[in-house]
Design a protein around this ligand. Structure first.
Ligand code: ADP
Ligand code: MG
Length: 393
């Protein structure tokens, strides 16, 4: 059986000249976890993975595998296997020889006989469903088959840690979706600690147990897919995860004449507060949208100097009505553009210079220019600082 492994990074820094590719990164990846590094191109994902593999050395900080510092350990001795986006197979070798290669090069160290190597290759090929390809050459394989061979070559050594750098990005969209669930199943079957790099939030959300969202060399947030979606730590994470992204509406917290209202049960615990509320702080947004704030929340934010905020609402957390409607968080507006996507419809609505995207079930018909009433779900709405983008409430 495989030995599991924990991978830990402590304040790791990697610079290339003036570029800080990895900036004080802390990560703690558990035994057997499927962990994803997610972020836009250039945010430091590959560099982080190469540091863990030992292909790069950190300028500062420590890398641990289990409880051993591996900063100075040679890649060969880290018991790690890496699959790159360009998973170059050896073109002059058959599939069998390609998969056997990592064992052949270490035959002496691992003390393996020819028979044992053969057995391990067959076992791995069977596991990945490619036994019937063993005599072929890479040029005789489809993209998906080549990818499976590359995965087999990485797994045949039974490494402690599996590092995957955008391994599906060379495949066509349909195959990518198929391989996604296959990789997830494989990882769970093997129970091997896996670090999966991707810029595709759908991939990370669908596959990983936990995700680290990276931005400009730093870790913006670590969490389960559900945590990142419902409580993003800042506006970068809020808008990077989810498609369409979270709507951010510019608002200002102001003091007004005291106002009383009763929070409906389904909205309790959000920015409105709970029960019967008397408040003098109001969230003033564009187009006459005014939302009263829970008084302790309002005075806390004003006290912290955070009066300039974004109201964050997911596209699916807004109801749209054709008939006139009143209530807390209701806005009368017009539909700008209608995107019918088949399974759902995305309405585009202008609010000052902000463009809101609102998800509606398919079947409801809207026309561009049509007058509608939006009702934001204020229990799920979040507030972010306009000074630094941090989640405030
Ligand atoms: P990602 O994988 O997230 O796209 P990388 O880790 O490849 O990002 O790169 C992070 C930053 O470091 C980028 O600004 C990139 O240009 C820079 N970088 C990466 N590798 C090198 C290198 N070998 N020499 C100089 N700069 C590099
Ligand atoms: Mg990369």
């Amino acid at each position: 059986m495989l030995t599991l492994a924990r991978v830990r990074l402590e304040k790791v820094v990697k610079k290339y000249g003036k570029v800080v590719a990895v900036d004080h990164v802390d990560l703690d990846i558990k035994d057997g976890e499927f962990f994803s590094l997610l972020g836009p191109s250039g945010c430091g994902k590959t560099t982080t993975l190469r540091l863990i593999a030992g292909l790069e050395f950190p300028d500062e900080g420590f890398i641990y595998i289990d409880d051993r510092v591996v900063n100075d350990v040679h890649p060969k001795d880290r018991d790690i296997a890496m699959v790159f986006q360009n998973y170059a197979l050896y073109p002059h070798m058959t599939v069998f020889e390609n998969i056997a290669f990592p064992l052949e090069t270490r035959r002496r160290v691992l003390n393996l006989s020819k028979d044992e190597i053969r057995k391990r290759v067959l076992e791995t090929a069977r596991f990945l469903g490619i036994e019937e390809l063993l005599d072929r050459y890479p040029s005789q394989l489809s993209g998906g088959q080549q990818q499976r061979v590359a995965l087999a070559r990485a797994l045949v050594r039974k490494p402690k840690v599996w590092l995957l750098d955008e391994p599906l990005s060379n495949l066509d969209a349909k195959l990518r979706v198929l391989m996604r669930s296959e990789l997830k199943r494989l990882q769970k079957q093997l129970g091997i600690t896996t670090i999966y790099v991707t810029h595709d939030q759908v991939e990370a959300m669908g596959m990983a147990d936990r995700i680290a969202v990276m931005n400009k060399g730093r870790v913006a947030q670590v969490g389960t897919p559900e945590e990142l979606y419902s409580r993003p730590a800042d506006i970068f994470v809020a808008t990077f995860i989810g498609s369409p992204p979270m709507n951010l509406i510019q608002c200002t917290i102001v003091e007004k004449q005291p106002l009383e209202y009763i929070v409906p049960p389904e909205l309790e615990g959000g920015i409105l507060g709970s029960g019967r509320v008397s408040t003098s702080t109001v969230l003033e947004c564009r187009e006459g949208l005014n939302i009263p704030l829970d008084p302790s929340l309002g005075s806390r934010l004003l006290g912290e100097g955070e009066s300039e905020v974004y109201l964050g609402v997911r596209p699916e957390d807004t109801l749209v009505f054709k008939e006139a409607r009143q209530g807390l968080g209701v806005l009368k507006t017009r539909v700008e553009v209608v995107e019918p996507l088949g399974s759902e419809t995305i309405l585009n609505i202008k609010m000052g210079e902000d463009l809101l995207k609102i998800r509606q079930p398919a079947g409801l018909v809207f026309q561009p220019g049509e007058e509608v009433y939006l009702e934001f779900n204020l229990r799920k709405a979040l507030l972010f600082s306009r000074k630094n983008g941090r989640l405030l409430a």
